[in-house]
Design a protein. Structure first.
Length: 91
């Protein structure tokens, strides 16, 4: 599944670690936003990381699932690119 991950993490150390972790799954297309193509195992790993490392009282973390047909309708304006513009997959 395609997913848009957005987060607002209060603590700099937690935010930096989360950012490095999410690089394994997709592209950092904007500040605090990643676009990913995830399988079930990847989704489970991300959810487990969030539960174990973020503070639900202070931090905000969201995963928005996007179907393939809808993802093809995403419009990018200005500088930037998305997963569909790459000729390789991040593994």
């Amino acid at each position: 599944m395609y997913a848009l991950i957005a987060y607002d993490i209060v603590d700099n150390k937690r935010r930096t670690k989360l950012h490095a972790f999410l690089k394994e799954f997709g592209l950092n297309t904007q500040k605090s936003v990643f676009e990913c193509e995830l399988d079930h195992a990847g989704l489970v790993r991300i959810r487990r990381y969030v539960i174990n490392n973020l503070d639900p009282g202070q931090d905000n973390f969201r995963i928005h699932g996007i179907c393939r047909r809808c993802y093809q309708k995403v419009a990018v304006s200005g500088q930037g690119f998305g997963l569909t513009t790459l000729d390789y997959m991040v593994v």
